[in-house]
Design a protein around this ligand. Structure first.
Ligand SMILES: [Zn+2]
Length: 76
């Protein structure tokens, strides 16, 4: 299985972990509430996880312009 880390705003690919052995708690998934999980983690038809996080550039935009968090995409 693979875990892909993708920015939720600009969809930049931020990293990938290939592992058959990592547990959900090693990935930090068990720290999330069920709502957060549904929001942050999706899985594809191959059983891989997509984890939607915020990349550094989007994080910077959000810190300067918090209102833009509501927009579907951010422009760097
Ligand atoms: Zn981004």
């Amino acid at each position: 299985m693979a875990i892909e880390y993708i920015c939720r705003y600009c969809h930049v690919h931020m990293g990938r972990i290939d592992s058959e052995t990592l547990t959900e708690s090693e990935l930090g998934f068990d720290q999330l509430t069920p709502e957060e999980r549904k929001d942050i983690i999706t899985s594809d038809i191959f059983g891989n996880y997509h984890v939607h996080i915020v990349c550094e550039s989007c994080q910077e935009v959000l810190e300067g312009h918090p209102e833009r968090a509501l927009l579907p995409s951010l422009f760097h």
